[in-house]
Design a protein around this ligand. Structure first.
Ligand code: MN
Length: 201
């Protein structure tokens, strides 16, 4: 069964002014769509055709680069749209908040670690907040890799991810990746991140 582009859970303009509507239209409608189309092409007629996206991602290193890049691209973007949001809680609460404070000292401490991971990732990639051995950790991956992949340098269960490809921010922020990284925290759906945290245990 072919993979399909998931609907955005909010309108394109919902994340303004932090992420502009045109970026969302192109990012979701063109970039994410291309990952879905190219993933379908890469698995058509192969032994991987009927595998779930999670299975493909988990064994990405032993399949083909096309499956690794486009399967990762499909998984990462599907995840990203969910952890962004409007009407979101402004800050994490409950157990997630406690875990953040115990690992990073504060929410600002967490943002700093994730932003450093994202800002220092050379070229294209992703910054992550993962659960690894029951602990929170900030990490990054190149290209469309993610921490669920067998090839990931730092493996874990992602509960938050930030796309640091230029296509995620260039229209509004041009080359200023740190400005985008500072702003994107205003558009995080902490309720969803808390759900991801709860289900990571
Ligand atoms: Mn992207």
């Amino acid at each position: 069964m072919a993979f399909t582009l998931p609907q955005l859970p909010y309108p394109h303009e919902a994340l303004e002014p932090y992420i502009d509507a045109q970026t969302m239209q192109i990012h979701h409608g063109k970039h994410h769509q291309a990952y879905v189309d190219n993933l379908n092409k890469a698995i058509a007629g192969t032994e991987h055709e009927n595998k779930s996206l999670e299975e493909l991602v988990a064994s990405a290193g032993s399949i083909t680069p096309a499956v690794r890049n486009n399967g990762g691209g499909h998984w990462n973007h599907s995840f990203f749209w969910q952890i962004l949001g409007t009407n979101a809680d402004k800050a994490p609460t409950g157990e997630l908040s406690e875990a953040i404070n115990s690992t990073f000292g504060s929410l600002d401490g967490l943002k700093e670690k994730v932003n450093t991971a994202g800002a220092t990732r050379f070229g294209s990639g992703w910054a992550w907040l993962i659960v690894k051995d029951g602990r929170l950790e900030a990490s990054s991956t190149p290209n469309q890799d993610n921490p669920l992949m067998d090839v990931a340098e730092v493996k874990g269960k992602p509960i938050l991810g930030i796309d640091v490809w230029e296509h995620a921010y260039y229209l509004k922020y041009q080359n200023k990746r740190p400005d985008y990284l500072a702003a994107v925290w205003n558009a995080i759906n902490w309720k969803k991140v808390a759900e991801n945290f709860a289900s990571s245990k």
